[in-house]
Design a protein around this ligand. Structure first.
Ligand code: NAD
Length: 497
């Protein structure tokens, strides 16, 4: 029996009218309906925003270390429920269980990291140029934040947004992806159990067009943090620009691995397999291009295809599955369309290329791990985000050519180089125009204590996660305070005569 999910508004779990629901379906077995979630209208969004607005002063004035303690308790609860939640991630969006557990672990890490920020959140104290005067800057919360998330990290990405927003003293209206409402619900339940007061965190389920749109354009929202596709993100950026509302977008990628002629080829193949086919290629940082030095291209391609053919497709909950399904029938059709486009463009299909239908696989949305070679950098499969298990191998003459190819798309999220030459690695580090650069590691595997995000079309606004330039810069604004205790009128620069 599918679970009936509810919105959380002002501390109350509210049920939708039965006619207005969205089904959450297991992509490995489409007949397995996990849950039905509300398809919230503008009225529910309005109630959630008003609740967040009402809760704002109480939460803003709660000492930041106390706010951090709620996150710490949430981290402990998530760690305790890791197996259960990891399994739900797999069942609801398809990634294999060890990745589902990793999704939850990222949320645990972020909870503990941001809990610690409750005791930092530091500003600056500097000397004043006038006697008997203090000068300092402090971080203050932005207000009511709209947090809009995708399905591919259904616990981690919401945690990446909700935890820093809360520790900074903001209140939140969270709209999760309509494909993963059950994972979102478990995360929110944990925060409620950890002691969050009513109204501080509200959740409205629903579609992007109806619920998401109503949230972004609601006059009671102060900031919007969005992760998802470029098309949606660009629309949100424009809407927020017109409303003078601060916005942070984390969007797509066309990430690439460079393999130099001095690389450890076996290691590079493992990186390409993990980056290209892990999470069925549905990571924003997935390695969908491999740019290989022409001297080792043939040897590399042979090894890559050999490994791709050994990968076992299946239900991510089954022991021994390497690659799970893609998230939906729509996503599967999009990936299969791109494979046809690649063939028509003249790329050479070396393995995969079809929907996998053998036995129980026919019940879900599976695409065979696919490798194209002889890909020209101008082909659509080399420029556009496919978001599926498809890797395009591109030939490069030398390092400068490889860097030019990697930098030659509208995206700039992640890149990697495999090389044993220290000079090559230094040049790549300097010249690759992406927010993340990996040396002798794949394009995926970001850690939460450093800022996460990309250049160019991969996103805008402050980055996510920890470290200087990370999420605290989005979820707070600076206030500068001068306190004059001289008892007389002082005029700064004018007093100098
Ligand atoms: P999507 O853009 O379809 O949806 C993302 C979220 O936006 C969902 O909650 C959706 O309901 C909502 N939405 C859709 N239209 C909206 C609108 N008009 N107004 C407000 N909200 C709206 O993306 P997706 O398919 O869920 O996720 C896949 C995409 O996410 C890929 O492009 C991937 O690269 C990107 N992604 C990026 C990062 C990153 O950090 N850079 C991380 C993960 C995923």
């Amino acid at each position: 029996m599918p679970e009936t999910l509810r919105n959380l508004i002002d501390g109350r779990w509210t049920e939708p009218p039965p006619s207005k629901t969205i089904e959450s379906v297991n992509p490995a077995r489409a007949s397995d309906v996990l849950a039905r979630a509300p398809r919230s209208s503008a009225a529910e969004v309005d109630a959630a925003v008003l609740a967040a607005r009402r809760a704002f002063d109480g939460w803003r004035l709660t000492p930041a270390p106390r706010r951090g303690e709620v996150l710490f308790r949430a981290g402990e609860l998530l760690a305790r429920r890791k197996e259960e939640l990891g399994g739900l991630v797999t069942r609801e969006m398809g990634k294999v269980l060890k990745e589902g557990l990793g999704d939850v672990q990222e949320a645990v890490d972020m909870a503990f990291y941001m809990a610690g920020e409750g005791r930092r959140l530091s500003g600056e104290t500097v000397p004043s140029e006038l006697p008997d005067k203090d000068a300092k800057s402090v971080r203050v919360p932005v207000g009511v934040c709209a947090l809009i998330t995708p399905w591919n990290f259904p616990v981690a990405i919401p945690a990446w947004k909700i935890f820093p927003a809360l520790v900074c003293g903001n209140t939140v209206v969270f709209k999760p992806s309509s494909l993963t409402p059950a994972c979102a619900t478990r995360l929110v339940e944990v925060l409620v159990e950890a002691g969050l007061p009513p109204g501080v965190l509200n959740m409205v389920h629903g579609t992007g067009a109806e619920t998401g749109n109503a949230l972004v354009s609601h006059p009671g929202i102060d900031a919007v943090s969005f992760t998802g596709s470029c098309d949606t993100g660009e629309g949100i950026e424009q809407a927020c620009g017109a409303l003078h509302r601060s916005v942070s977008t984390e969007m797509g990628g066309k990430n690439a691995i460079i393999v130099m002629d001095d690389a450890d080829l076996d290691l590079a193949v493992e990186g390409a397999v993990w980056g290209g086919f892990g999470t069925s290629g549905q990571r924003c940082t997935a390695a969908s291009r491999v740019v290989v030095h022409e001297r080792v291209r043939e040897a590399f391609v042979d090894k890559l295809v050999g490994r791709a053919k050994t990968l076992r497709l299946g239900d991510g909950l089954d022991y021994g599955t390497d690659v799970g399904p893609v998230v939906s029938q729509e996503q599967m059709n999009k990936v299969l369309d791109y494979i046809e486009i690649g063939k028509k463009e003249g790329a050479k299909l070396l393995c995969g290329g079809q929907r996998a239908m053998k036995g129980p696989l026919a019940e879900g949305w599976f695409v065979e791990p696919t490798v194209f070679s002889d890909v020209d950098p101008n082909m659509r499969i080399a420029r556009e985000e496919i978001f599926g298990p498809v890797v395009a191998v591109i030939r490069a003459r030398d390092l400068a050519h490889a860097v030019e190819i990697v930098n030659g798309t509208k995206y700039g999220l992640s890149s990697a180089i495999y090389t044993r030459d220290v000079n090559n690695s230094a040049i790549a580090e300097r010249d690759l125009d992406t927010g993340l650069v990996y040396i002798n590691a794949s394009t995926i595997g970001a850690e939460i204590q450093l800022p996460f995000g990309g250049t160019k079309g991969s996103g805008s606004g402050p980055r996510e996660a920890g470290g200087r330039g990370g999420a605290l810069d989005f979820f707070t604004k600076w206030k500068v305070i001068y306190r004059d205790f001289s008892g007389r009128l002082q005029k700064a620069q004018i007093d100098r005569g």
